[in-house]
Design a protein around this ligand. Structure first.
Ligand code: TIU
Length: 221
């Protein structure tokens, strides 16, 4: 069944069976104190505001029978998938792989790397560990989505201008129609969130569409 979201810059047609809800990096590392986000000098409390809206969308999407993809920014324990440039850049209080209050920073399987309980994956959902900011780099996810007949992606998660925008741009270049749910994504920098939303839907949806989650919820049967 073809559905339509009242979106910006124009209507977004989609069908549940060919669309995936993508939840980017809603892991403790970014939203709780003591993780990677805080080691970079950020106020992580800003990000928790979107959790109730994300929960409402996730519940409705599951009820509609849609595919859910969860991503985590995560490195192997030996850091063989972490470029030295990524680990050594800047002046964080702890670097990727260092021992922190929630285990080793940004390492797969550590407590800080778990998706927050409110949005925890359930059986049948895809969970992707990604070593980069974008969800397609070195993950094999494009092949999986192609096999499942997915052509449309609805994006939620953090942070808007880093992993969410990178993933949307990667998706756009691979031929997906992507839509960003604006009240289900957040940044440590409100002005970067606003700029990202504007640059996604500018120039006739040059990267994709944007809409509030209420528009998706009212479009679902
Ligand atoms: N620092 C920052 O804003 N984000 C990241 O490092 N990763 C994600 O966005 N997930």
């Amino acid at each position: 069944m073809s559905l339509t979201i009242a979106a910006t810059p124009f209507a977004y047609p989609f069908a549940v069976q060919s669309t995936a809800l993508v939840i980017i990096d809603m892991q403790r590392d970014f939203v709780e104190p003591g993780g990677f986000g805080e080691t970079l000098g950020n106020d992580v409390s800003l990000l928790t505001a979107i959790v109730p809206a994300c929960q409402r969308v996730l519940a409705a999407w599951r009820k509609a029978g849609g595919l859910v993809v969860h991503t985590r920014e995560a490195h192997r324990a030996d850091l063989s998938d972490c470029p030295p440039a990524k680990r050594e850049r800047g002046n964080p209080s702890l670097r990727i792989g260092d021992e922190g209050p929630m285990g080793r920073i940004l390492v797969a399987g550590e407590p800080g790397n778990q998706i927050i309980a409110a949005l925890a994956p359930i059986e049948g959902e895809i969970v992707v560990n990604k070593p980069g900011k974008g969800m397609f780099y070195a993950t094999g996810l494009h092949e999986t989505l192609q096999e499942l007949g997915i052509s449309h992606l609805l994006f939620m998660g953090v942070t808007t201008e880093v992993c969410v925008q990178t993933s949307m741009r990667e998706a756009n270049d691979r031929g997906y129609d992507g839509l960003l749910l604006t009240d289900c994504t957040e940044s440590y920098f409100p002005e970067f969130k606003a700029a990202t939303i504007a640059m996604v839907h500018a120039q006739g949806a040059i990267v994709g569409w944007t809409a509030e989650s209420a528009q998706l919820l009212s479009a679902l049967p």
